[in-house]
Write a protein that binds this ligand. Structure first.
Ligand SMILES: Nc1ncnc2c1ncn2[C@@H]1O[C@H](COP(=O)(O)OP(=O)(O)OP(=O)(O)O)[C@@H](O)[C@H]1O
Length: 784
């Protein structure tokens, strides 16, 4: 047996022993968990027996309340305990089969012998020997594994920086408690394992990368310092992966104060939510909150405004350049996306302080209770130096008083008598029960019929007025939509004030477009954040203090306005923003949000990390894609080999269906399971689907899709964002389809979804971008 085999045997024995200890811990926790479960069932079953219920006297009521509270707390404590055991069990079960993936021998400079540190997805402490048999990958010492090659190394512990040297770095692949492979590595993390991991087939669910996190990625994951962390990285450089491992790290590092519900991830599309949903549970953590920005906006906008879908906006930009309003729309997007538009709105709000707010009448049963002109008068008599939300608070106080008086007067009206007749029996009974209780406590007698009747009338009016009070509290008398609309009505005073250096180019067109939509009860996507900003500025910002970390993936598709708005909504939150300007869906803005966001933060609290290495695609695919994208020379492909991209040239669109079916069948024959036929937009996706569904087993993915499965799919380019496939077939990459310079990045995004193979079909001439790629970087197939 040579030295390596001997070493392997020693390691396998350790795996056996650790797995056995973990297995016995699993049994122990299982038993404890069973006991807790029984206790929970007991508490639930006997809840009311163990509570002393006595409602005879106010003191008894208090005692009853305390007793219920104690019982409920006991139950909550046991349920928490069960939750913790379940979490622990899920990690232990994973550890049992694969206890660790790495080992480092680290010699502290103050010690003489190195300590062997084994690293896995969770830690495992052996009570018997009082040692950690496995360290969590997020523990301070584990960072040495990711950050250093052999030689001097250090890590930051809670009590200071520990210096020493790294004497061994070993990687394992352990399955079912058996070492499948083991490598010693000199460099940061050995290429072998990464090669193996990246060469695997695509999955319908993203996987955790803890065993092979790279040094640059580790900087993102463990960044504790910044309020704003901006990650710019090439397609496939692991931005999303790093973001998810960062969430797991934060949940570990701040486990006493941070929970998954305090973290919010804005994701690019609903399908992406399902794509990444397994990573954190795989690491024994709960999933963070997740929403697309669209879903978030919809939850904030009033129900009577239909928000244009972000993808609808995109569809329009991609396919309607012949529309006569197209350039007005481009300008509308450009203007409303910039930080300057925040200033424009601020100037408008300043003007509104002196006049111009639009109010609605407060009505009740079709009659005006308080007219809009009265409200306006009262509002503008409040101190002008106060902010609008504070002035509205004064209006609200005044209005509450008015409403009380009006409510009193209402009691005598005829409708009340009628309403009493229509009261439900149960309601009557409830009313009298309450009356009797009052009578008992107040020791009053209620034999006077008249008095009882009056109380009943007051009850009926109060009930009907509830909606009025609620509406006033929610400031529904302020007509935000009309106030927003007013910006675009061409009022000279307003226009002059909000554009001190003269009106904008194409402003009239923008105005017409915006008003047309608003009057149709719709709101353009680019209007949504400005509308909400104005609303919040007028009504008072309802900032969210629950969320402590906001993650924004695919941030290049957010406008500067939107990112500034998000910052404003989550003032206490740290932000991690990830993006790639080369993957902007439409390239019309002068600056992306990603580029201007840093200017909104203190430079001392901002960090920017660039990821250059691209892991997803083979070297051949990366070489092809980086040849036509600005700054492509800076992208470093990972050295994994595959076939060169195949560009098929067809005489006309008629041949596309057969060529696609051929590609799918060739790729399937090579064993690829997840294959995407990527189309430019939804319309083309439908066309492609109809053309090939007869000859291939395919599914069409549309905007509403929220789950992602493997197989062959037809999908519009923008919905494939953030996701990857074994093989990609670009349905039509001809000049006819991708003929505009602004479509370069869209084409790049589509091609970079491929892990192992890329086929580009072209009905006619290849597009400009392909023609920029050196011919030796791809194969050509010409169809007759
Ligand atoms: N350190 C790593 N170890 C193993 N796999 C990795 C590593 N980093 C990235 N990958 C893999 O590379 C692929 C791309 O990663 P990811 O989707 O996170 O990149 P991205 O930068 O968000 O991509 P894009 O911007 O193109 O959507 C994934 O399959 C991921 O598992």
């Amino acid at each position: 047996m040579d030295a390596w085999d001997n070493e392997l045997q020693i390691e396998q024995e350790r795996v056996n022993s650790v797995s056995a200890k973990i297995a016995s811990e699993v049994r122990l926790v299982n038993n404890l968990s069973g006991t807790t479960e029984t206790e929970i069932n007991d508490i639930r079953q006997n809840f009311w027996e163990d509570v002393r219920v006595n409602l005879d006297h106010p003191d008894d009521i208090q005692e009853t309340y305390t007793s219920i509270k104690q019982q409920a707390e006991l139950l909550a404590e046991r349920e928490r305990r069960r939750g913790n055991s379940e979490k622990l069990l899920s990690v232990l079960r994973r550890l049992k089969n694969s206890p660790y993936f790495g080992r480092i021998d680290f010699k502290d400079e103050n010690e003489t012998v190195p300590e062997k540190i084994y690293i896995g997805i969770g830690s495992f402490f052996d009570e018997e020997t009082e040692t950690f048999l496995v360290y969590d990958w997020r523990a301070p010492i584990s960072s040495v594994y990711y950050d250093y090659s052999l030689g001097s190394a250090s890590y930051t512990a809670p009590y200071g920086t520990i210096h020493g040297s790294l004497e061994l770095k070993r990687q394992f692949v352990i399955k079912n408690s058996s070492i499948v492979s083991m490598f010693d590595t000199g460099v940061t993390i050995g290429d072998e394992l990464l090669q193996e991991v990246l060469g695997r087939q695509a999955d319908s669910q993203m996987k955790s990368i803890v065993a092979t996190i790279q040094k640059e990625q580790n900087r993102i994951i463990r960044n504790d310092r910044s309020r704003l962390l901006v990650v710019q990285g090439a397609a496939g450089s692991g931005k999303t992966s790093a973001a998810l491992q960062r969430i797991a790290y934060l949940l570990y590092r701040y486990r006493d104060s941070l929970e998954a519900e305090n973290i919010l991830l804005f994701s690019p599309n609903p399908m992406f939510n399902s794509y990444v949903s397994n990573v954190l549970p795989e690491l024994g953590e709960e999933n963070m909150q997740q929403a697309t920005f669209q879903q978030f906006l919809e939850s904030q906008l009033p129900d009577d405004l239909v928000l244009e879908d972000f993808f609808q906006q995109m569809e329009y930009m991609l396919s309607s350049s012949a529309d006569k309003l197209y350039y007005d729309r481009l300008e509308s997007i450009r203007v409303k996306s910039g930080l300057n538009f925040i200033r424009t709105l601020d100037l408008y709000i300043q003007l509104l302080g002196a006049g111009g707010l639009i109010f609605r009448d407060v009505t009740f049963r079709g009659e005006v209770l308080i007219s809009s002109s009265e409200i306006e008068k009262v509002f503008y008599s409040t101190p002008a130096k106060l902010k609008i939300p504070d002035r509205l608070k004064i209006v609200n106080e005044w209005m509450s008083k008015e409403l009380k008086a009006l409510e009193k007067a209402e009691v005598k009206k005829e409708w009340v008598e009628e309403e009493i007749q229509y009261l439900e029996k149960e309601e009557y009974a409830a009313f009298y029960r309450k009356l009797n209780e009052k009578k008992r406590f107040a020791d009053n007698t209620f034999d006077d019929f008249e008095r009882e009747r009056k109380l009943l009338s007051a009850y009926v009016v109060r009930k009907s007025f509830k909606g009025v009070y609620k509406g006033v509290k929610a400031l529904s008398y302020l007509d935000v939509r009309a106030v927003y609309r007013q910006i675009f009505e061409g009022d000279e005073k307003i226009t002059r004030h909000i554009f001190p250096s003269g009106p904008l180019w194409q402003w009239t067109g923008i105005c017409e477009l915006t008003i047309k939509k608003l009057d149709n009860e719709e709101i353009l996507y680019e209007d949504s954040a400005p509308y909400l900003y104005l609303k919040e500025e007028l009504e008072g910002f309802r900032t969210d203090v629950m969320i402590r970390h906001v993650f924004i993936d695919e941030a290049q598709d957010y406008s500067p306005f939107q990112l500034a708005f998000i910052k404003r909504l989550f003032p206490r939150s740290r932000m991690t923003v990830l993006g790639d300007t080369n993957q902007m869906i439409y390239d019309h803005l002068e600056k992306t949000g990603l580029e201007v966001l840093a200017s909104l933060y203190d430079p001392d609290k901002t960090e920017s990390i660039v990821l250059k290495q691209s892991y997803r695609s083979t070297r051949q695919i990366s070489d092809f894609t980086r040849a036509f994208i600005p700054g492509g020379d800076n992208i470093e492909p990972f050295n994994r080999n595959g076939s060169k991209p195949l560009v098929s040239i067809l005489k006309s669109r008629n041949g596309l269906a057969a060529a696609t079916a051929q590609s799918i069948s060739d790729l399937r024959a090579k064993g690829y399971e997840t294959i995407a036929v990527i189309c430019k937009n939804e319309e083309e996706s439908e066309e492609a689907y109809d053309a090939i569904k007869e000859n291939a087993d395919v599914r069409l993915i549309g905007r509403g899709r929220s789950s992602f499965e493997s197989g062959v799919i037809v999908i519009p380019s923008y919905l494939a964002k953030g996701i990857e496939f074994d093989a990609v077939v670009i349905f039509d990459g001809s000049e006819d389809r991708y003929g505009k310079e602004s479509e370069r990045k869209l084409f790049y995004t589509a091609c970079t979804r491929a892990m192992h193979e890329l086929h580009v079909l072209c009905a006619g001439e290849v597009n400009l971008f392909i023609s920029e790629v050196p011919e030796e970087l791809y194969e050509v197939k010409k169809y007759k």
